[in-house]
Design a protein around this ligand. Structure first.
Ligand code: ADP
Length: 271
């Protein structure tokens, strides 16, 4: 485990606001009714807050992240980061997916540098590449290629690649979903350590309730499609959290029950 000094750019973390956002997707093959993926979704994250979004599959969690990333536009409503409206992708919003999406023909170092090269800022940021490889514990793998890395290591490269841009908001779409249970728990601590050192605002989509309770300041539960915000649950547990404490287990079980009801409602609607 590598010790990190707090990052002076941490103060650049931003708040995030999603106001009355609705998203329709056109009907496949252009005929029929447009699909409503998100229905009047509003949420906000304070500067430096870590919030998880959970909900049944297909409820619009990834759609919400893609809207915040600026990869797609809302059908109605507004999104903003700090005071700035979101209208397109931007380096101030980092994205990490379940698949680390590394370039297989580039070394670890070149993968981390890729975004800096694209933005034409590699020369002034080169020292930070070394620092971020150290931050994620990969300095001895600088010249390794992705096929030499374990799943956890590849995901660390993806995190370093996102963090090196000092994102004001980091968007995490099931980033640990492909890892085995043990690696996943270690990586949860790793992400928390990075979050605490950099104080980036983080929005985490996860299917794993244990992960949401372990990591988040707050958990947002979405309804089945069309996705709406169902519950907003603060996690008032001291950090570092104990997964076996009675408070942890109680909250975990409450959330599972809420999701179970969301699933039951889905089954009723279908019948
Ligand atoms: P989740 O991440 O919660 O599993 P998604 O955001 O991926 O859900 O999808 C929400 C709904 O929107 C789903 O019904 C999905 O089929 C639909 N959807 C997502 N992206 C598209 C798209 N590009 N075109 C049409 N429908 C889409």
């Amino acid at each position: 485990m590598v010790a990190i000094v707090p990052d002076p750019v941490a103060s650049k973390a931003a708040s995030l606001r999603v106001r009355h956002v609705t998203k329709h997707f056109p009907a496949t093959n252009g005929v029929g009714v447009a699909a409503l993926a998100l229905d009047d979704v509003s949420l906000s994250l304070a500067v430096g807050e870590l919030v998880s979004v959970v909900g049944p599959s297909g409820c619009g969690k990834s759609t919400l992240l893609r809207l915040i990333a600026g990869l797609i536009l809302p059908s109605a409503g507004e999104l903003s980061i700090g005071a700035e409206p979101i209208t397109s992708p931007g380096a101030e919003r980092g994205l990490v997916f379940q698949d680390p999406n590394l370039f297989p023909w580039l070394t670890v170092r070149r993968n981390i540098e890729a975004g800096l090269v694209a933005r034409g800022v590699l020369r002034e940021k080169r020292a930070e590449v070394d620092e971020f490889m150290r931050v994620v514990g990969l300095e001895t793998f600088a010249d390794a290629y992705p096929h030499h890395l374990s799943g956890g290591m590849a995901q660390r490269v993806a995190l370093a690649r996102a963090l090196i841009n000092h994102p004001r908001v980091l968007l995490l779409d099931e980033p640990l979903g492909a890892l085995d249970a043990f690696t996943r728990m270690r990586m949860q601590d790793e992400v928390l350590r990075l979050w605490q050192a950099h104080r980036t605002t983080m929005l985490l989509v996860t299917h794993d309730i244990d992960e949401a309770v372990y990591m988040s300041d707050r958990i947002i539960i979405m309804t089945q499609r069309p996705g709406k915000i169902d519950q907003n649950i603060p996690v008032d547990l001291n950090r570092p959290r104990d997964r076996s404490s009675s408070d942890f287990l109680r909250l975990r079980s409450n959330i599972l029950e809420l999701l179970h009801f969301a699933g039951a409602a889905l089954a009723r609607n279908k019948s």
